[in-house]
Design a protein. Structure first.
Length: 365
């Protein structure tokens, strides 16, 4: 299951955003470090294609893919040195697949800002610096161990030490290390073990206030978007406070309020789509038995490994898969229709699953 960590400075609206997304009630009080232990929510990924399949198949149960969101406590200057329980909070970030970095773009005298004023660019740089410094510490510990082993003549240790020293030098210059497309498996393995925070995919969220289309809000969104663009990342404007209020309204009332705010749809859908793009994941579907279900896999996953998401036996005893596109399946009225028109393909283990594939796995007993 893919996991997104919601991070940022204290009092930027992370827990409020979490509440809006999860329809949960995480503590969102007005004081720093309100969240100590991470709040966690399993959130269904909205996908209208599942409704389309259900209309054809009429299953007893429809199951959407799920993303796991983790609301991680606010960071502060000096987090990498333990300020504000920083080491604890940074450790929570290491386990996630990607980061949603919330930037405060709203003015509210009743909600204190630990830096004294609102400046999304400065806030981004503070958090980014703390992530870099934490990574440098992690690299230093590993490099120190490798140097000791290398003195015994171990060539693997010497090779790894040289590579990690290059990574460290990049971070020390304030630059994000970009992993080469083709990296020696041994070096890729040692890099993965360290779980560098600065290597995780990042999505920025510009959290605006009660007037998301005001000149001040638009100016700050522009600053956040420009900073994100410099890092080749996406930036989504969201009014976490208003989205939370929308979650308490009826569907009709919520739609009207969104339109008034200038948004076409609620934050959850925009946020989840951006997370999908960030994680480079796709959805395939199964229609076996009483359940129609969506499954999430990394882009480029072969059908045998995708089958393993359903059940380990399907991967281990994989024979082949019958595959048809969502569009063909629904336009032909179901499995009988696509088989009649010869649109079902039989694929081997190396077939790369496409977004929207409807898959029936054949496997041994």
């Amino acid at each position: 299951m893919m996991e997104i960590g919601i991070v940022g400075l204290a009092n930027v609206g992370k827990s409020t955003l979490f509440n809006a997304l999860a329809r949960a009630r995480a503590d969102a009080s007005n004081y720093p470090y309100c969240t100590i232990e991470p709040n966690i929510a399993m959130i269904e990924v909205p996908d209208e294609r599942l409704n389309g399949l259900a209309a054809v198949v009429e299953p007893e149960k429809v199951t959407h893919p799920v993303l796991r969101f983790v609301d991680i406590a606010g960071l502060a200057r000096g987090a990498s040195k333990g300020e504000g329980l920083g080491n604890l909070f940074l450790s929570h970030i290491r386990g996630v697949d990607a980061i949603a970095h919330v930037l405060r773009c709203f003015e509210d005298s009743s909600v204190v800002h630990i830096e004294g004023d609102v400046d999304p660019k400065r806030d981004l740089e503070i958090v980014e610096t703390e992530l870099f410094l934490s990574d440098i510490q992690a690299l230093d510990r590993r490099i120190d161990k490798l140097q000791k082993i290398a003195r015994t003549g171990d060539e693997h240790a010497r090779k790894q030490e040289k590579f990690l020293s290059e990574v460290r030098a990049t971070l020390d210059e304030g630059r994000r290390f970009v992993e080469p497309e083709e990296l020696d498996p041994e070096l890729a393995s040692v890099l993965n073990e360290i779980q560098l925070l600065s290597l995780k995919p990042v999505l920025f969220v510009a959290n605006v206030g009660d007037e998301p289309r005001s000149d001040q809000a638009l100016e700050r969104i522009g600053i956040a978007e420009k900073a994100a663009e410099k890092r080749k990342a996406a930036c989504i404007p969201v009014s976490a406070k208003l989205e939370t209020e929308i979650g308490e309204l009826s569907a009709e009332e919520g739609a009207a309020m969104l339109k008034e705010m200038g948004f076409d749809e609620e934050a959850l859908k925009r946020f989840v789509r951006a997370c999908y793009d960030l994680l480079q994941v796709i959805t395939f579907f199964t229609i076996k038995g009483e359940e129609t279900r969506g499954w999430t896999v990394r882009r480029g996953t072969n059908v045998r490994d995708a089958a393993g998401k359903i059940h380990s036996d399907m991967r281990d005893k994989f024979i082949c898969a019958e595959v048809v596109s969502y569009d063909d399946f629904t336009s032909c009225g179901g499995l009988a229709g696509v088989k009649h028109k010869g649109l079902v393909r039989t694929e081997g283990k190396d077939y790369v699953v496409s977004d929207g594939d409807v898959v029936l796995v054949r496997f041994g007993k």
